[in-house]
Design a protein around this ligand. Structure first.
Ligand code: SAH
Ligand code: SF4
Length: 359
């Protein structure tokens, strides 16, 4: 093809380009820059996959555009649907590895939980992903691609409304790709996901928290321990950035944005679930504008931890309510398909058959 000879090889990945980058790339090929906006609108906004149907393009441009960029998306290996409506998609990321995205329906919203890395180096003791050391960081197109592929798998008319970076990996260990993905997903010419509907969850990489502030998105912090001793035991990152530094970074985020932080708190039987822990959690978090999400531990083989009995979970939550903490219990979704928090692993899950297999 003629045009391909004039293009740089390898071709730029379309799903890694922000709109200004796409516009520049198109201009450098001697085409008008506004074609970038049009492409964003067709591909992201309208979900169009057929270039021939992009009616406001000239015939010539319709023919040229597939050769201009690499439109590769992460390959969908399987789609599992839970009895509660949660959908888990498994993506091939090469060399026998895979990552997962989870779609979680709730009244009035449809949230996607995105992965940012293959494995994770933070080594939290209770986390299934953490058992698998970091294999590699995902590229922008692989993060954006999870969203695009999930959108394409939805019935017509359904749209993803919220994004949480709570899948596999530590998003603040892969800032460049994560924040670029957010820019792309946010573009008003494309998917138009509002910044306030995006939440980045971190185990506490303190120096990177200002990136969340600058991006204008919401911050969630996995607290999980009420003092440095317990937290360091279950989350080694606490040695590097202990609680007081972490909380100060959260306060700074709140001061700058006027937002609240969400603290995630995993309830581990005999480790983090006592009434005294609830009181200490209240004391710790009252210095930060926040809400607390308690997450009863999702069990997985060989973790060495157990989920507290229902009575203890309720008592813990009630103590926080009594003290005036804004607390919510995270509903456990998708447990039957291993899609719940901390159950995501790069090993293909063979425990449940796929209800939809796209290959
Ligand atoms: N790496 C980021 C985001 C992914 S983990 C982070 O740690 O914040 C998403 C959430 O799942 C975290 O709050 C983590 O504490 C929690 N989690 C991990 N393993 C879990 C498990 N087995 N049961 C319940 N929650 C878990
Ligand atoms: Fe990584 Fe988050 Fe799991 Fe910790 S909880 S190992 S940071 S994915």
């Amino acid at each position: 093809m003629e045009i391909a000879q004039t293009l740089p090889e390898p071709k730029p990945k379309f799903f890694s380009l922000t709109l200004p980058e796409l516009t520049e790339a198109i201009k450098s090929l001697g085409k008008p820059g506004f074609r970038g906006q049009q492409l964003y609108r067709w591909i992201y906004g309208m979900g169009m996959q057929d270039f021939e149907k992009m009616t406001n393009f000239s015939k010539e441009f319709r023919k040229e555009v597939p050769g201009m960029f690499d439109f590769q998306l992460p390959e969908v290996l399987t789609v599992h649907k839970s009895v509660d409506g949660t959908m888990k998609m498994l993506f091939n990321v090469g060399t026998g590895k895979s990552v997962e995205a989870v779609l979680i329906p709730s009244p009035g919203r449809l949230t996607i939980c995105l992965s940012s890395e293959v494995g994770c180096n933070m080594g939290c003791k209770f986390c299934y992903t953490g058992k698998q050391k970091l294999q590699r960081k995902l590229e922008t197109w692989e993060i954006v691609g999870q969203f695009v592929q999930a959108s394409r798998a939805l019935p017509p008319g359904q749209r993803i409304t919220n994004i949480v970076f709570m899948g596999m990996g530590e998003p603040l260990d892969n800032c460049d790709a994560v924040f670029k993905s957010i820019e792309i997903l946010h573009s008003t010419w494309g998917l138009n996901v509002s910044r306030k509907r995006v939440t980045v969850s971190t185990s506490g990489i303190v120096p990177m928290i200002p990136r969340v502030t600058q991006a204008g998105v919401r911050l969630a912090v996995s607290l999980n321990g009420v003092n440095d001793q317990v937290r360091t035991e279950i989350m080694p990152i606490n040695k590097r950035w202990p609680l007081e530094q972490l909380l100060e970074a959260c306060r700074e985020h709140c001061r700058e944005t006027g937002d609240m932080v969400t603290f995630e708190y995993v309830l581990l039987k005999g480790v983090t679930d006592s009434i005294q822990d609830a009181r200490d959690l209240h004391e710790l978090t009252r210095t930060v504008p926040c809400k607390v999400n308690i997450i009863p531990f999702n069990e997985h083989p060989g973790s060495g931890f157990t989920r507290p009995p229902e009575k203890a979970i309720v008592a813990f939550q009630n103590e926080l309510i009594r003290l005036g903490t804004h607390v919510l219990r995270r509903r456990t979704m998708g447990r039957d398909i291993y899609a719940a928090c901390g159950q995501l692993t790069t090993a293909a899950n063979k425990t449940t058959p796929p209800v939809v297999s796209l290959n």
